[in-house]
Write a protein that binds this ligand. Structure first.
Ligand SMILES: *Cc1c(COP(=O)(O)O)cnc(C)c1O
Length: 394
């Protein structure tokens, strides 16, 4: 059986005609830059996320960059973030001239550790003085510990920028004063939330695209100006921005996909449930294989886990690289997210991060593996994946 890590074919089979119509509609409209298709999609995403505004941009990377630019982050500043994420999180910080303040991760969720963040800031006057923002990543589709991170951000008076590139639609259970819980959507908890529509994300375009959501009207207006060279009005430039515009072709396709997103999340979550049962039945958990720590909405109110949208299903295993080769030999797609932490990347060598030790992030980089989880993956395929892993650990 050949099982790719991600297969867009089932989605394409279902939506192909609508996608072609949407693209044709843009072509015939002759409106090729911004315009009503972008605005309508922005309104739909803001509504979905529970924010008042959304600003369509050219990619998830540019969503992060433009948000940092909008905050005026630059040389001399620090942005607290995780070393265990896609490169763009850190790349966007470096491109403004600021530097990342790397916070180690929680070994269960792979998101930044709120404890380590507090420790780092409490013990470092200079870091506190230079800190301009906190940029948690909701990695693999699961929200970071946003309540704790928000109280830290409030204590030090800095905004939160959520890198929600992998987490559109994920939710976090926020405590209410009356003891209840309010579920908040990824991207709606900080000053701004950044999404990517890279084709492998839960909501993917037919090319690059991204979005920033916020409920700060003035900040949204600033982003609207920045994405178009900082102009307002046309040919007058109070700010220096760039060309960070979302293409209407992407907006049209993404907009028609948006109503399907919850259903796709549900299928991914069902696949996660299936994996959990299959791994348990084979006796692989909890010893040979560690599964992502996340429970289903309402199931475990004590631990109050997230509404995880499983952009990736990550297992943690021994002899990871050999398992990966074995799965590949059996035509099972899998991938390492991410094999080298950001503080250890070659491009940071001249910036003095080489002596930094972030043990949990470094350990995760050596032990994790992503398995296929996409909607359209069948139970039979999942059984084959788990049987093959069982064969390896026999
Ligand atoms: C995908 C991703 C990005 C970048 O998004 P692009 O649309 O590819 O530019 C940023 N951060 C994280 C965590 C991502 O997964």
């Amino acid at each position: 059986m050949n099982i790719p890590l991600l297969d867009l074919q089932p989605q394409l089979d279902r939506l192909r005609d609508e996608i072609v119509d949407a693209v044709t509609g843009v072509i015939d409209s002759k409106q090729y830059i911004l315009g009503p298709r972008v605005t309508e999609f922005e309104e739909a995403v803001a509504e979905y996320c529970g924010t008042t505004r959304a600003v369509g941009v050219s990619s998830g990377t540019d969503a992060l960059l433009i948000t940092l630019m909008g905050l005026g982050v630059g040389p001399g500043d620090l942005v607290a973030t995780t070393p265990y994420t896609f490169f763009a999180t850190m790349g966007s910080i470096m491109r403004t001239g600021a530097r990342p303040l790397f916070v180690d991760i929680d070994p269960h969720t792979y998101n930044i550790s709120a404890d380590h963040l507090d420790e780092l800031l409490a013990g470092d006057d200079e870091a506190r003085r230079r800190l301009k923002a906190i940029m948690p990543v909701h990695l693999f589709g699961q929200c970071a510990a946003m309540e704790r991170i928000t109280s830290t951000a409030d204590r030090y008076g800095v905004p939160i920028i959520e890198d929600a590139a992998q987490a559109i639609g994920a939710e976090f259970p926020w405590s209410q004063k009356n003891g209840g819980i309010l579920w908040k959507k990824a991207g709606s908890m900080g000053l701004a939330g950044c999404f990517s529509f890279f084709p492998s994300k839960n909501l993917g375009g037919i090319g690059d695209g991204g979005m920033v959501v916020t409920s700060d009207e003035a900040f949204a207006d600033r982003l609207v100006s920045l994405r178009n060279h900082g102009s307002s009005p046309k040919y007058y430039h109070p700010l220096i921005g760039g060309n960070f515009r979302l293409a209407p072709i992407q907006a049209a396709v993404l907009h028609l996909k948006l109503p399907h997103l919850e259903n796709w999340h549900r299928k991914r979550r069902q696949n996660s449930k299936n994996y959990r049962r299959l791994f348990r039945d084979k006796g692989l958990t909890p010893h040979a294989v560690s599964l992502p720590k996340a429970e289903y909405r309402g199931m475990d109110s004590r631990e109050r886990h997230n509404y995880h949208i499983y952009n990736q299903f990550i297992i943690r295993v021994g002899r990871r690289d050999r398992l990966r080769a074995f799965l590949q030999e059996k035509s099972i797609g899998c991938e390492i997210y991410y094999p080298l932490c950001l503080h250890q990347q070659e491009c940071l060598r001249e910036f003095g991060y080489d002596r930094l030790r972030l043990p949990e992030a470094e350990k995760a980089a050596g032990e994790t593996l992503a398995l296929p989880i996409y909607p359209g993956l069948t139970l039979e395929m999942q059984e084959y994946v788990v049987e093959t892993i069982a064969e390896f650990y026999q």
